[in-house]
Design a protein around this ligand. Sequence first.
Ligand SMILES: Cc1cc2nc3c(=O)[nH]c(=O)nc-3n(C[C@H](O)[C@H](O)[C@H](O)COP(=O)(O)OP(=O)(O)OC[C@H]3O[C@@H](n4cnc5c(N)ncnc54)[C@H](O)[C@@H]3O)c2cc1C
Length: 272
Amino acid sequence: MAASQHRPNNTSSPCVPMWYARMLLHLVPDGELCTRCRRRGLAGPISTGLINMGDSYPLTRTNRVRQLGEKASYDREMVHRVLDAGLVAHVAFVQDHGPVVVPMIYGRDGDTVFLHGARKSRVIRLLEETEQACLNVTLLDGLVLARSAFNSSMEYRSVTVFGTPRLVEGSAAKLRAMRIISEHAMPGRWDELREPHDREIKMTGVIALEIDTASAKIADNGVDDDEDDYEIPIWSGVLPITASIGPPVDDDRLLPGVEPSDIVRALQNRKI
Ligand SMILES: Cc1cc2nc3c(=O)[nH]c(=O)nc-3n(C[C@H](O)[C@H](O)[C@H](O)COP(=O)(O)OP(=O)(O)OC[C@H]3O[C@@H](n4cnc5c(N)ncnc54)[C@H](O)[C@@H]3O)c2cc1C
């Protein structure tokens, strides 16, 4: 869209509809509304607050993907789909003014991501105290072998979530969250297992991370080489990466004659 088409709606506020349309088309440059608003020194919606995009997570300065924006999505369903497909979240927070990242198992219920750990572990104590946390879930789908190192990359589905963590309290609420986490990785298994002991529930710290906003980035379109490089006689393409759950391996102390249940067998061969 040419800058000349832009019509600021008044002298003191930026042209939000025009910015919004361009943003959806991925035409908006980094952190800006449009050339004319920028020249006039007007603050854009990204720098002043949130833009709500229907059934999408709010777009903020924090969650907006800047590079390769065409691969980005803020769609709630897309974010949930990647979260539901993943097994491990890398959870980030700040300790003593420095960043820390910890990989954790998780589960999702609506717009809440549940995490758990030993009640006294650093990660649970810090998440309990902090006002903001961030986590990322990434699934690798392929190695993209381009004709140059610069254009070589990976195919992936990746989600970053920003939220407000709170400690889940009370046995019933904790148990529910623990079940959600267990069922995320091992669907159907919870009901096969013995009931958690009270002391196990007490020893477990459970965090509910309410999703304030999120972003997804999906790279799935293979090689994108420089036009001149297509003349280079070198193999180029994608080597798919497939993570799947393999066949059961018996525990050394399995009681004689005990076979994997249908639930366990259903987990087998699951693609991640
Ligand atoms: C497996 C894998 C390997 C990667 N390797 C590299 C690498 O080696 N070098 C490199 O520069 N980039 C790499 N990336 C891409 C990287 O994650 C960022 O997307 C990239 O650095 C560009 O970020 P940005 O400047 O657009 O956004 P930033 O300003 O860094 O981030 C702004 C916001 O955009 C969102 N965002 C950014 N990236 C992602 C993402 N991947 N998934 C979900 N939300 C995201 C987040 O909400 C973030 O807070 C890799 C991604 C994946 C999944």
